[in-house]
Design a protein around this ligand. Structure first.
Ligand SMILES: Nc1ncnc2c1ncn2[C@@H]1O[C@H](COP(=O)(O)OP(=O)(O)OP(=O)(O)O)[C@@H](O)[C@H]1O
Length: 350
């Protein structure tokens, strides 16, 4: 335990010519947490990650990883992070165990230990029997597992997973969820970016919603859902022609609509409003036949928060998992990353 937050980000900015990718992002990610970074395409998630791993130089603000400044203390920062990127930027010509050994060597792990470590992480992600296979020959799901193995080779304290389940089938997604949950239980801090809202909801203690380079909210998935509105739909047996004034003065209630025998109440915290509604109807002698509460989904809250004035929302992005990030953020892989600039270990730009 370092005693420092895994991420301590203040007023982080990044401009690419006339595009502002990060517009004053401040965030704290506690050590040991499972933190989600959600945002529509172009929100700035990849830029944020690339700054952490030294692939993109920030334009302003500060970013610290377990207390290490990402630029001044590049090597310590980089050694603390394991990144599983979206793109398959892997050396395709060597057996995957060798790829892992090279990467371990790059991070200063002696050759004698590197092999054992490579075997260990391959077993951990369930592809040990493929150790002598080239990356290109792995199935899509195994490739995702391999990226995770590569991120784990240095036993990092912070694991960054950039769309780890993009394009994988349901079974593998569940396997990967189990794996990363175990890693988090073992003490690793996890930063996850995802388009799958269900994934964030299941896995994350806390999520930040990033939109147009700004943090719109940081909260637990449940807290975010509480910000949305729920619907309480009540079927009444013999309602009077005119209903009494229900839930008067309750500022959680946004609307009450009646359609024949059906009453629909739109309210925040529907689960808490419903008992009051039942009491009031009972007091008025109006019998309830059926009552159903539909909770707002995290996806609805997300769409609402990232809705733009032009009507463009993040909704179309949910689930497509398609992006063009391309870096695992160190020099140990031969394929060059799509970074606009790279920050060298000495803090200069490559
Ligand atoms: N190297 C670059 N040069 C110029 N503009 C860039 C560069 N990289 C990113 N951008 C722009 O910065 C903004 C943020 O992009 P970024 O890739 O960080 O978003 P993202 O949230 O990761 O999106 P996605 O979900 O599609 O991966 C976008 O407008 C993008 O076009």
């Amino acid at each position: 335990m370092s005693g420092q937050p895994a991420l301590d980000i203040e007023n982080l900015r990044k401009e690419y010519d006339d595009v502002t990718a990060l517009d004053g992002v401040s965030l704290t990610v506690p050590e040991g947490s499972f933190f989600g970074l959600l945002g529509p395409n172009g929100a700035g998630k990849t830029t944020f990650i690339n700054i952490l791993v030294g692939l993109v130089r920030k334009s302003g603000g500060t970013a610290r990883v377990f207390g290490h400044d990402v630029e001044a203390d590049y090597q310590q920062t980089r050694n603390a992070i394991g990144l599983a990127p979206q793109e398959f930027n892997v050396d395709r010509f060597f057996p995957i165990r060798e790829v892992l050994e090279h990467k371990a060597g790059y991070h200063g792990i002696p050759a004698s230990e590197a092999k054992a470590r490579a075997d260990e992480v391959l077993k951990q992600v369930g592809i040990y029997d493929k150790r002598d296979t080239r990356f290109d020959w792995l199935s899509g799901g195994m490739k995702r597992r391999f990226l995770l193995a590569r991120a784990l080779i240095t036993d990092p304290d912070l694991l960054i997973l950039d769309e780890p389940t993009a394009g994988v089938d349901v079974q593998l997604r569940r396997d990967l969820w189990e794996l990363v949950t175990d890693l988090n239980d073992q003490g690793k801090t996890i930063l996850l970016t995802t388009h799958y809202i269900e994934e964030a909801e299941r896995l994350c203690d806390e999520v930040a919603i990033l939109d147009s380079g700004q943090v719109r909210a940081v909260a637990t998935p449940d807290e975010l859902k509480d910000r949305g509105t729920d619907q309480i739909v009540v079927e009444l047996r013999e309602p009077p022609a005119t209903l009494p004034d229900l839930l008067a003065g309750d500022d959680r209630v946004e609307a009450i609509d009646r359609d024949g025998h059906q009453l629909t109440v739109t309210a925040r915290n529907g689960g808490l409003v419903a008992p009051q509604l039942v009491r009031e109807l009972d007091r008025e002698g109006i019998e309830i036949v059926d009552l159903e509460i539909t909770r707002t989904s995290l996806e609805e809250v997300f769409v609402e928060m990232t809705r733009h004035d032009d009507g463009d929302t993040a909704a179309g992005d949910a689930g497509d998992g398609d992006s063009d990030a391309d870096a695992d953020g160190d020099d140990s892989d031969t394929d060059s990353p799509r970074a606009e600039q790279q920050v060298a270990p000495d803090g200069g730009q490559r």
